[in-house]
Design a protein around this ligand. Structure first.
Ligand SMILES: *Cc1c(COP(=O)(O)O)cnc(C)c1O
Length: 398
């Protein structure tokens, strides 16, 4: 008999858990879109979004998911025939590259596999070899949500500078923003893409493209940009509709306002610290389970692990059994493996992911870990002991 009656918990890497306050803010009748509260509220989002991103520059908002933000970022600064360098550390690096390719952009892929971070020396060498500076941009995923790899963006900036290469540095922070430290201006990032439904704790449907003046100059040099994707009117609107190229995403804006208030009140340093502690608690539990039996953390070095998502391999037939047990019996939904296929597991069913981004506290994390621990026992999956003790020790130490 199932014990899962109660509040269900979607512990996947986006959409993340939405705060009640965000949901309450959205539960209202449609506002006036021509004047008044919504116009002021929308304007108030811009400085707070920039604060979260660590930039004093510009942001354009799109009614889109992360894929829309990907396309928007490319469409503003790259034309058909331009070349980009894409260091990939998982499925999402490839996804952004595929989007570029379909826009007629020539993509030079450097694939670092599915469990390792970017090798900056390799990237520096490739950029040095590009003596004519044909590469117009480097498309870098900060956290690759499929592998759980966290890439060192300041080190990438340093490699580009060491090579003396003028390419734009474009970062995908869809999974990492509001979870792992990110400082757009201090880190020398020219363009950053994000979305509402991960660290920003708001339903899917808003995409963000942050850009600095170097990126704005690249946009200005473009022969044309599609009216819908053009970030210029969105970032400098005279009227509310210009932010969105049409009707405002009214209710999302109310939700986002509250989410940004929550981040502001907690403070970004605390937000990052909370994600760090909770991520380390999860890793401690996973390492304890992995002492005996099939579970392994996909990224072995904690220094290269995302604090928003952890990717795990448990193999077949355990993966589907474990995910099904925690969902049916404990009300916790874990993420599936993404792009983690293997020769004898073509769908990557032996992988799963724990999302730990956004509106999250020790009670939730320990609940999810407890559910997984129970699933190991209920399904007879071999595992090491002491996982929950290891997790609680990390949380107790803060
Ligand atoms: C979630 C995610 C995306 C895709 O976002 P969608 O909203 O699903 O389109 C892209 N990149 C990263 C790193 C992500 O985590």
């Amino acid at each position: 008999m199932s014990l899962s009656n109660g509040r269900s918990y979607l512990a996947i890497p986006g959409p993340s858990v939405m705060p009640e306050a965000v949901l309450r803010a959205m539960h209202r009748s449609a506002p006036n879109i021509y004047e008044g509260e919504l116009v002021d509220l929308t304007a108030s989002l811009i400085p707070d979004l920039c604060h979260v991103a660590g930039t004093a520059h510009h942001v354009a908002i799109y009614i889109a998911n992360g894929h829309g933000a990907w396309e928007a970022s490319l469409a503003n600064v790259l034309r058909e025939g331009d070349k980009v360098l894409v260091p990939a550390t998982g499925r999402f690096g490839h996804g952004w590259a595929e989007m570029a390719r379909d826009l007629g952009i020539e993509t030079k892929m450097v694939d670092f596999g599915r469990k390792s971070p970017m090798d900056m020396a390799k990237i520096e060498t490739l950029l040095r070899e590009d003596t004519d500076h044909e590469i117009k941009a480097v498309l870098a995923t900060h956290t690759d949500t499929s592998s759980g790899v966290l890439n060192d963006i300041p080190a990438l900036r340093a490699a580009m500078d060491a090579a003396g290469h003028p390419a734009l540095l474009m970062a995908d922070c869809i999974a990492s923003l509001g979870c792992d430290r990110f400082e757009m201006d201090n880190w020398g990032v020219d363009i950053m893409v994000a979305a509402s439904q991960k660290g920003l704790m708001t339903p899917p449907g808003l995409g963000f493209v942050f850009f600095n003046d170097k990126a704005a100059a690249a946009r200005a040099a473009m022969p044309r940009v599609s009216r819908y994707w053009d970030w210029t009117p969105r970032a400098q609107p005279d009227y509310l509709y210009q932010y969105f190229g049409g009707t405002a995403p009214t209710h999302h804006l109310y939700g986002l306002r509250v989410a940004l208030d929550m981040l502001k009140e907690e403070g970004m340093e605390n937000v990052w610290h909370r994600h760090d502690v909770l991520a380390r608690a999860i890793w401690a539990a996973c390492e304890a389970w992995g002492q005996d039996g099939p579970l392994t953390l996909n990224v072995s070095d904690p220094a290269h692990r995302s604090r928003a998502v952890t990717s795990l391999r448990i193999g077949l037939p355990h993966g589907p059994k474990l995910r099904k047990w925690v969902e049916d019996q404990a009300g916790v939904t874990l993420g599936i493996g993404l792009g983690m296929f293997e020769k004898d597991d073509p769908k990557g069913l032996g992988f799963f992911r724990i999302g730990h981004m956004g509106h999250l506290n020790p009670g939730m994390v320990l609940g999810a870990l407890g559910a997984i621990d129970a699933a190991f026992k209920a399904e007879g999956i071999p595992h090491g002991q002491g996982a929950l003790e290891a997790a609680t020790a990390v949380i107790a130490a803060g």
